[in-house]
Design a protein around this ligand. Sequence first.
Ligand SMILES: [Zn+2]
Length: 591
Amino acid sequence: MTAAPTHVAQSWRHWRVWDRHLPIWYDPEYRLPLTAFGKRTGLEPRRADLVAWYLLEWRWITPANLRTPARIRYEDVARVHTADYVESLTRPATLARVFGVDAWDVPVDEVMRTMRLGCGGTLAAAHEALARHGATVNLLGGFHHAGPGHGAGLCALNDIAIAVRALRHDGFEGQVVVLDLDAHPPDGTAACLRDEPGTWIGSLSGVSSGQIPGADETVLPPGCSDEPYLVALEALLGRMPAPALAFVIAGGDVLADDHLGHLGLTLDGVRRRDLRAARALLTVPSVWLPGGGYHGQAWQVLAGTVLALMRHTRRPINPGADPMNTRFARLARRLGQDRRVAPSADLDFEDVEIELGMRARGVRRLLLDTYTVDSLEYGLFRFGVLSFLERRGYGQFRVAFGTATSGGERVSLYGHADNAEHLLIDLVVERRTMEAGELLYVHWLAMRDPRARFSERRPQLPGQDAPGLGLAREVTELLQLTVQRLGLAGLGFAPAWYHTAYMVRGRFRFLDPARQGRFEALMRDTAHLPLTVVTQALAGGAVGMNGQPYTWEASDMVFLIDDPGVDPEQVAAERERVGFVVGDRPPSPPA
Ligand SMILES: [Zn+2]
């Protein structure tokens, strides 16, 4: 073994050098086109987007690092999964079970597209890992619960098993190692690769699903913290055979307070996990995959995995980082420059129409004196809203200005599906001068998925005539960008329902300090109840305040760019003065 010293020297040299060229597989369609999904599981369906945007916007990587996956071929899928099972994936009910959503919520082709892109990414990442003799990352994958004849736990196809079988088919004979560091055990992967020689599966999880034949499994106690976790990892790495190719599931669900994981790691502990595994696999071709993650910071785990591989650093992700906000703001600036090219064409067309007498001068329509219909549609396209709606089955989009009954300017987005045109987004806004300054005031905002259905999983909230689109975050960002573009002081609106106020509570506050105090008291006193129960109780008059029936007060909330804040003493005084009770029947009116 005379090669050993050279090997070690080489590893240390590699460790000091940044891996600037780390290849990362990513596709915007890694986002699952399920609208009710994130709220229930705590999963952020935009995780891959947030990580890619963070890495690009903070200049950790350049577009040259990114690779675009191709959908895995069914020929590759068929080496792992049974024909009956693959056929069952054409039915919404099968996928609905795997993802824990209603069958109505499943656009089969698009969900399968996301799954197949993820699997294609893992296989391509394995090929490139072998070619470069180093690490690669796929921002979607590690579907370890999918077995040969069934899917489970958000895993419809087993990307690792598919990649291993495809490589074997092409003649790869080296030792394969699957280092599964997700908080759940690799039951599906072990079942798929049961008879595969030269394959070792090692797992550190926080929950047992029974003995898994063929896996080196360590189940850690609930809430296991950084230090004992790292000790167990060290032991697992000590038992790992020398790999010719490694797959690492750098699970994002090991953080404390994860919705579905049971471990108790910190972000720093997870980074140390990745650094330790990366060092053990130095100079080994390795494919790194995200696995699960049902926590607001799960995207930071995955971004941290990339930093561990590229820079070998424990430096934390900036806790205030908001990749969507940063990304959208930059796109908006670009859009401002693009306007000379694209949407101004629309203005020119209007000019022509006016000259030809097809349209009277003076009726040129602009939203807020700024946006043309085409510039709005172009914006929705550039910010990814239209492509998401396309995956939900809508097409032939149309933006139209309309009349608002209550003042303000109305703009609507329509889309075609099932031979009919549907209203998807409906917005009524105006500039309004308030004591806080000149604001963009939202009279009305509806985001509707009219082809979806309400169910126990997606209860109808007061004011909803159709389930939502899952785009609230994007639309809020776009409204904020509009505020900046128009040079306004902020956004304002009067929430008609408790759940609306609750959902924006992080950014918005009530203008009136006493009203803010009552809102905070209401949140405090109903914290033990689901949001749907509280908002329905308020709408049904079943809430009491200080012994009297309480009616929801739809007063103004604002988000201000430079918020002087409210008087905290006034807020606190009202918060302490009032107490709320949610009854199963309305409190009796005062005698
Ligand atoms: Zn998991």
